[in-house]
Design a protein around this ligand. Structure first.
Ligand code: F6P
Length: 358
């Protein structure tokens, strides 16, 4: 009988997931392995098991597609994260049922492609005796223990494209255009997207802002004859004396969003300028992956198979110094990788005249 491994994609979808699936399938086939893909994240592990055999044919041409061909969810029975830094315990009975399904399928290991919440679940499954390998994924780029996740570059490219387009309205109408981007508690997407798209003001959770300082920056631009301005605001950003804006609570975790409208209103009041807000939302998670994400996803998938072959269970693929390596999954959970407020990227932005509203 062929050696079998299972794979699932969990949490929010992001560009590059299919590149990982293809990488795992092709590298697995080289070892004579069979790969089974569980549908809709961890939920596919529940008895009787909802899965599909993935092979060369079923993964042909998928690298260029966004999303994941086996589905995903950031809700359900296996949720282990209920907020920034907060951890929930997945019921041991649920893990036992998943284990039974994997045993019956004779799966030697389970590759879990997901963000920090999914890695928290992966760690609990490993502790319960399931051989797990983690592959870090998220557009937010906030997973500790890896210098980069796939999906981030595609999200940043989307922000850059949106800013390129919004420049026209900002300059033609001499308006302030505010763009709200994702990233949860981390400002990476706003910072990288803002720099690449030529933003004038970037507001991130790591640097609480002051509305008066934002207004001053816009007025300074006006006096210099620059009548249109672009503001990028991360969904998790907040004013020095304010709170993050939360939309609703789902599956135990808050969904952020709404700060863009608030920032636009405050700017209009303080500057008298016509101001419009635009929320990029899930556009940042969709569409074909960039070159970088296709390559990173492929490398991560191939590495996951190598780790399973070498018996490095309980470890997560990690990108460090341009090399794909591995670290214990435990190193990646419950610690968010945030933008260093005094780091090189923030300083670079300041040096090209970008204000952080501080
Ligand atoms: O973690 C990825 C992410 O897109 C965050 O940037 C965002 O806050 C969240 O997921 C949105 O989640 P949902 O798809 O459940 O609305």
């Amino acid at each position: 009988m062929k050696t079998r491994i299972g794979i699932l994609t969990s949490g929010g979808d992001c560009p590059g997931l299919n590149a990982v699936l293809r990488g795992v399938v092709l590298a697995g086939e080289k070892l004579g392995w069979e790969v089974i893909g569980f549908r809709d994240g961890f939920e596919g592990l529940l008895p009787p098991g909802d899965y599909v055999v993935l092979d060369r044919k079923s993964t042909e041409g998928i690298m260029a597609l966004g999303g994941t061909i086996i589905g995903t969810t950031n809700r359900g029975h296996f949720i282990a994260k209920v907020g920034a830094g907060d951890r929930a315990v997945v019921a041991s009975e649920v893990i036992a049922r998943a284990r039974k399904v994997l045993d019956e399928l004779h799966a030697k290991a389970l590759v879990i492609v997901g963000g920090d919440g999914s890695m928290t679940t992966a760690m609990q499954m490993q502790e319960a005796g399931i051989n797990c390998i983690g592959v870090p994924k998220t557009i937010d780029n906030d997973i500790e223990a890896t210098a980069m996740t796939f999906g981030f570059d595609s999200a940043v490219a989307e922000v850059m494209d949106a800013l390129d387009r919004l420049h026209t309205t900002a300059t033609s109408h001499k308006r302030v255009m505010v763009v709200e981007v994702m990233g949860r508690h981390a400002g990476w997407i706003a910072l990288h997207g803002g720099i690449a798209g030529g933003a004038d003001i970037i507001l991130i959770p790591e640097i609480p802002f002051d509305y008066d300082k934002i207004a001053q920056a816009i007025k300074r631009r006006e006096s210099a004859g620059r009548l249109g301005s672009l503001v990028v605001v991360a969904e998790g950003a907040r004013a020095k004396d304010g709170q993050q804006i939360k939309r609703d609570i789902e599956g135990g975790e808050f969904r952020l969003g709404g700060i863009g409208d608030v920032v636009a209103r405050e700017i209009a009041e303080r500057t008298g300028k016509e101001t419009r807000a635009c929320v990029l939302g899930h556009l940042q998670r969709g569409g074909p992956p960039t070159t970088l994400d296709r390559i990173l996803g492929t490398r991560f998938g191939v590495k996951a198979v190598q780790l399973a072959n070498e018996g490095h269970f309980g470890s997560m693929v990690s990108y460090q110094n341009y090399q794909v390596r591995h670290v214990p999954i435990a190193d990646a959970v419950n610690r968010l990788r945030l933008v260093p407020p005094h780091g090189e990227m923030v300083q670079t932005a300041r040096d090209v005249d970008i204000s952080f509203g501080d």
